[in-house]
Design a binder for this molecule. Structure first.
Ligand SMILES: C[S@@+](CC[C@H](N)C(=O)[O-])C[C@H]1O[C@@H](n2cnc3c(N)ncnc32)[C@H](O)[C@@H]1O
Length: 260
């Protein structure tokens, strides 16, 4: 099986990052911001592929140090920077970036409603927001599944509400798809390998939580309840925005069990 087995910490991977760069038509003059850049894989992929400048940040100083070393090793430290920043304090001015990358649930971690609003401000007109994030794909998600993915802190939308959130902020969806099952399998295989290794530096608490998450995903209905959505949305200039449409355009799904 061909997988996307790079240094990512969530379902998705390099092919999604590069697709986002292609849709955004990145070039050497482009500026990119990556929110919650983790191990720096996506930021380095974009700089390496398109020669653009990428500013990544993450809350975790170890992730930032690891990412800096990766950029050095790849010979692109002039193109990529990594800083320790809490995304909940995100405030870098207005209209600066051609692309904002928020992979691996970055918007979940920084607060989705606020985060999308700030991203819309930070983007140039006709700039792009590219994200992967967890969504619920059915109503009445079992408590056991909720407990694992919400961790008592986070909340998730369904696809329709994600669309509405982006559109409310002047972001037109250019592409929306679900990350395939193979990406979940790749992610969980690599996490299981990591937490089983004697060399693994994760805390015991994290290892136990990850082992439980994998069990709930495959054995307790997680797979039928959560999905990873991949969205690329374009910031429409104010004077070209359309008025909001009717609230509910959905065909009735009574009986299907999906969405509300
Ligand atoms: C699931 S990982 C995803 C990392 C990377 N985007 C990827 O796809 O591989 C989530 C990342 O969010 C970071 N994070 C969590 N809360 C954050 C916050 N408030 N501000 C910035 N980064 C945060 C974590 O340190 C971690 O690196």
């Amino acid at each position: 099986m061909i997988t996307d087995d790079f240094d990512y910490l969530a379902p998705g991977g390099r092919s999604f990052t590069i697709t986002s760069g292609l849709i955004s038509k990145l070039n050497k003059r482009s500026r990119v911001l990556e929110i919650a850049s983790g191990r720096g894989e996506a930021a380095c992929a974009l700089a390496g592929e398109f020669g653009c400048r990428v500013e990544g940040f993450d809350l975790d100083p170890n992730m930032v140090e690891y990412s800096r070393q990766k950029a050095e090793a790849l010979g692109i430290p002039d193109l990529v920077s990594f800083d320790v920043i809490d995304g909940r304090d995100l405030d870098f001015g207005k209209g600066k970036y051609n692309l904002i990358l928020a992979e691996g649930g970055a918007l979940t971690y920084i607060g989705r409603e606020d985060g999308v609003e700030k991203c819309a401000e930070l983007l140039k007109d006709n700039g792009y927001l590219a994200l992967t994030d967890l969504i619920y794909i059915k109503v009445d998600v079992d408590k056991r599944v909720r407990d694992v993915y919400e961790e008592g802190v986070y909340s998730y939308l369904n696809e329709i509400d994600y669309r509405k959130l982006l559109e409310r902020n002047g972001l037109e969806i250019i592409h929306l798809s679900m990350v395939p099952q193979s990406a979940w399998d790749r992610y969980y295989i690599s996490m299981r390998r990591k937490i089983s290794s004697r060399l693994c530096k994760f805390t015991q608490e994290f290892k136990d939580a990850m082992a439980n998450e994998i069990d709930v995903y495959y054995n307790w209905g997680g797979m039928e309840s959560v999905g990873y959505v991949y969205i690329v949305a374009k910031k429409i200039p104010h004077d070209r925005r359309l008025a909001a449409g009717p609230e509910d355009l959905r065909i009735s799904t009574v009986g299907s069990g999906y969405y509300q």
